[in-house]
Design a protein around this ligand. Sequence first.
Ligand code: AMO
Length: 429
Amino acid sequence: MLRSHYSNEVSKKDYGKKIRIAGWIEDIRNLGGIAFIILRDRAGRMQITAIKKQNPELFKEIVSLTRESVISAYGICQQNSKVMNGWELLLEEMEVLAKAETPLPMGVIDKVNVDFDTRLDNRIIDLRRDEVKAIFMIRHSFIHYASDFLRKKGFVEVHTPKISASSSEGGTEVFKIDYFGRDAFLVQSPQLYKQMLMASGLDRVYEIAWYFRAEEHDTSRHLNESTAIDIEMAFIESEEDVMKVAEELTDYAIQKILDENSEELDALHVEVDLPSLPYPRISYDEVVEILQKEIDFKWGDDLGTDEENLLAKHLDYELYFIKDFPLEAKPFYAMPSGKYARAFDLEYKGMEIASGAQRIHDYSLLVQRMNELGMKTENFEDYLKAFRYGMPPHGGFGYGIERFLMRFLNLKNIRECILFPRDRKRLRP
Ligand code: AMO
């Protein structure tokens, strides 16, 4: 290997021994007879010290390298309480693995503000910055701990098709593609498949899913390609069983991130108070009452960004459920209860981060609802078939990964939370 230690793996027992480190040159301070090179790897930074008279050729080579060039350096790991980490590498050998072109399209450590588009256009370099990398390390933890939680609760990880013959959420917000001369769609969510799987006997499934949505929104909270944690569970008594999974998953993941990612949270200047369980439940009717005190809002109206923000201002908690929505506000598969749907949204600081419901499991009721909404049932033959041969009561949710991160890390734009965002304008890199 081109490295024996990451920067954070060196300990007292390595002092006085030869080690090999590798990474990107962040900075070079050449004082004439001695040079200090700051090398960055995934775990942090470390100092390489090169002394001219010990090896003039090597000294010349290292001080002439451009910033962000990649090297592997070998030498003695020497204790030095005055430098970062308490040690430095006294350079004996070096392999230049890749020279970086100059000038860089954007700086890595410079404090000058780079605009967001330049950052996204140069995302690979952007990701070298601590506060950007931190988002993706926390994202990695969130998905890991959410999966960990679900597996412990008996959920089986599945992967369902992303190319489908019918649209999953109804509506027009689908990307149509040419599938060997036939029309096909990129799925808006795994909704139809995860429900179908409830008739398979797997009982509890989850998917770290891709959503493709051709919505025209150009906002700070919408992506055209996003990821979610989707779950579906059978034999539930009500949507409360599903909400319990959503809140416990959130609580578990937040606790774990607080334990494991303190460095990254510091890099992002994020302080989090762990909300206590259970998260408050507010009915849509209560929301209407609160909103009507301030704005013109009728029962049945959609909760848009402005309404969600206004509501959040009236509440003194950060994570809460809104439940019992008007039936019309929710998709065809949500279980009706009079004029309400047995559906919920999980809100985080005034933004929906997850939504779910108990579903209709009775075939005739499902067909009736689809007819009422003017949907063509012949386009949903495979989905409907799963309801004809023994479909247990079930429910689930879709939990937006970027939405969660955006709120958890107090980020202003959802595009910060996905490596290569896709929005109406951006199809590159
Ligand atoms: P919904 O459409 O509410 O429900 O999506 C679920 C969650 O996914 C996230 N999300 C998005 N994030 C970023 N950009 C988007 N364009 C976007 N659209 C959705 C949100 C949202 O709460 N099938 C149902 C879920 C279910 O009932 O199981 C569904 O897709 O965080």
